[in-house]
Ligand binder design. Sequence first.
Ligand SMILES: NC(=O)c1ccc[n+]([C@@H]2O[C@H](COP(=O)([O-])OP(=O)(O)OC[C@H]3O[C@@H](n4cnc5c(N)ncnc54)[C@H](O)[C@@H]3O)[C@@H](O)[C@H]2O)c1
Length: 374
Amino acid sequence: MKKYTIEFCDYKYDYIYSKGPSLIIKDYLSEIDKLIMISDSGVPKEILEIYSSFLMGIRETEIVIFPEGEVNKSLLTVANLCEELIEIGADRRTAIVAVGGGLVGNVAGMVAALLYRGIPLIHIPTTLMAASDSVLSLKQAVNLQHGKNLVGTFYKPSLVYVDSLLLVDQDPRSIRNAIFELVKNALAIIPEDIRVLSNLLNSTNRYSSNQLESLIDYCIKAKSKVMKFDAYEQKDGVVLEYGHTIGHAIELAAEGRLMHGESVAFGMLVAARVSYHLGFLKGEDLITHNKMINLIGYDNKDHPTLSEVENSIKYLKNDNKKGYVSSSQNEIGLVLLERLGEVKKKGSSFITNVSLELIVDEMIKIIKQEEVLI
Ligand SMILES: NC(=O)c1ccc[n+]([C@@H]2O[C@H](COP(=O)([O-])OP(=O)(O)OC[C@H]3O[C@@H](n4cnc5c(N)ncnc54)[C@H](O)[C@@H]3O)[C@@H](O)[C@H]2O)c1
């Protein structure tokens, strides 16, 4: 068992990496009489059984399951859950235990933040994406028709408990999905670790529990580096959105065909080419982007289709970073790198306005495989 203390400005919480359920969770329940475990319908039954019976053994526990899928990451789901929680007796001595992927973490996080203006939240992430990325953040949000993560808040969990046994058997695509975020961290925040990571990562996307622990270590290192003084991700922390403006738009346009990490990988490839085109990023850094993303098995079949690119435009225009800098109708604010580990800044802003035309042009060139380099 390994315990980290995650520190984002004044917010502090424990992050435990272990094997199987552990009674250490009880240490975080001194003021709690009741647990409500929230999951979605895609979380494997065996995991639900293991954790529901474990939790029932330590406190009175109710189980609430909502339907899986981004379409259900909505205010309606949050409202329905809040009503249901009150029905089943949630009060201020109740803690929510989010058992699931990043989506469950976000929905349950919203419920925990809003119900009675905030009740305790424990994350038990069941995907590597959740364990290595979404729980290392205070951000909780749900989607609107207009776009992804448009309504949300910041909320600190009381505990993150990662059970590596839930992660090692995950299907390689789901593992790779999370590792794209680690690749983002390497390119944008900790380029000094790219060489070591290149030796650790592989295209089969199968890793032992110890290897996953090392990969999570790098995520904690990178995220802590930028969020230590920017818990609300408005300055240095904005770098975590690298590849995400395009990634989120593509993810929504692909309607579930592409995973979050795959869409972000494409978003990084586009952002790198845009930055290269504008004369910021050097050719060698563009090549490193391609190498790192390809290293974990990204290839042409992971690209969005041309019609998904077309559909993504309306979402690009509604990105949740809109307004960080003023922009015209045909400009989209992107996080760009001027070199690995270095965001292109204008004054104090971490966002660069880029013409929509250039972004779409680069997306199409990638899909048509018109390489600028190599
Ligand atoms: N800072 C943040 O808050 C942050 C960061 C990254 C991602 N996210 C959000 O997280 C979501 C993506 O998270 P995700 O990739 O975990 O997807 P997900 O939570 O949608 O899970 C994908 C599918 O896998 C199922 N699942 C969960 N655990 C499983 C397991 N152990 N084995 C098999 N299937 C399992 C889920 O039920 C779901 O059907 C997105 O909504 C994204 O916006 C948030």
